[in-house]
Design a protein around this ligand. Structure first.
Ligand code: NAP
Length: 244
């Protein structure tokens, strides 16, 4: 699970551990990843480990996946969750804003999936889950992020086509507003207190509340379960109806 030291990734790691899985928490900072891994409820033969990796770095990704297989024995599930935002209106967006976002989301998901798929193909089993966003449908100030998140949906559909014959399912979740560091940082950047920003988001959402990382973790648990073995290539919007 990438980007799992905090936010949606950490909640999903917790949910998977609660369901009896061993979990590898991958994040930029190994100490933070290990700290989160140490809080996960694992017992018996299950393990939780933390590994530092920049998902946009091909060599680091190969090394991280090798470590996961060595330490946990196999990879049944890959969750491509690591993400950043570098919001700016198009006329102010720098090449660095564009490249960093595309690199973490798209190059990162590509590199991680390429490294993991060989183990899954060998095992004839695997579940790949990619994090898209409602911003894939377009969002002012997020030309880079929305392009990456719609790219993730096309990537997911192609993985489903190529890897389905090997017992591997690939799906995506497109969250709406989920309370994490990412949305709190966006609030501060636009000069609004995070609490007021959440209230405005809740008011603009049909179910009249914001989403929490556990909402995404629940959908992730379903999509990576045997019950969803006939579901592949899909993007599930988990957004309280925000984009209906
Ligand atoms: P978050 O709280 O900012 O957590 C993202 C994590 O990814 C951080 O721990 C971050 O590490 C890590 N990360 C960033 N760049 C990385 C890299 N190159 N390699 C490895 N790890 C990296 O974000 P979140 O809100 O949980 O979002 C998780 C995913 O859901 C993202 O893909 C995001 O785009 C998507 N999403 C979120 C929302 C929302 O409302 N929150 C909505 C739609 C989609 P550092 O802390 O070291 O930077």
């Amino acid at each position: 699970m990438t980007g799992a030291a905090r936010g949606i990734g950490a909640a999903t790691a917790r949910r998977f551990a609660e369901e009896g899985a061993s979990v590898a928490v991958l994040d930029l900072d190994e100490a933070e990843a290990a700290k989160t891994a140490a809080t996960l409820p694992v017992d018996g033969d299950e393990k939780a480990i933390g590994i530092g990796v920049d998902v946009a770095d091909a060599a680091a990704v190969e090394a991280a996946v090798t470590r996961v297989v060595e330490e946990l024995g196999k990879v049944d599930v890959l969750v491509n969750n690591a993400g950043i935002t570098r919001d700016n209106l198009l006329f102010k967006m720098t090449e660095d804003d564009w490249d960093s976002v595309i690199n973490v989301h798209l190059r990162g998901a590509f590199l991680m999936t390429r490294a993991v798929q060989k183990h899954m193909v060998e095992a004839k089993f695997g579940k790949i889950l990619n994090l898209s966003s409602v911003s894939a449908l377009g969002n002012r100030g997020q030309a880079n992020y929305s392009a990456a998140k719609m790219g993730i949906q096309g990537f997911t559909r192609t993985l489903a086509l190529e890897l389905g014959p090997f017992g591997i399912n690939a799906n995506a979740i497109a969250p709406g507003f989920i309370v994490t560091e990412m949305t709190d940082a966006t609030a501060r950047r636009v000069g609004v207190e995070p609490e007021a920003y959440r209230e405005a988001a809740a008011a603009a959402t049909p179910v009249r509340r914001v989403g929490w990382p556990e909402d995404i973790a629940a959908a992730a648990a379903y999509l990576c379960s045997d019950e969803a073995s006939y579901v592949t290539g899909q993007t599930l919007y988990v957004d309280g109806g925000a984009k209906v």
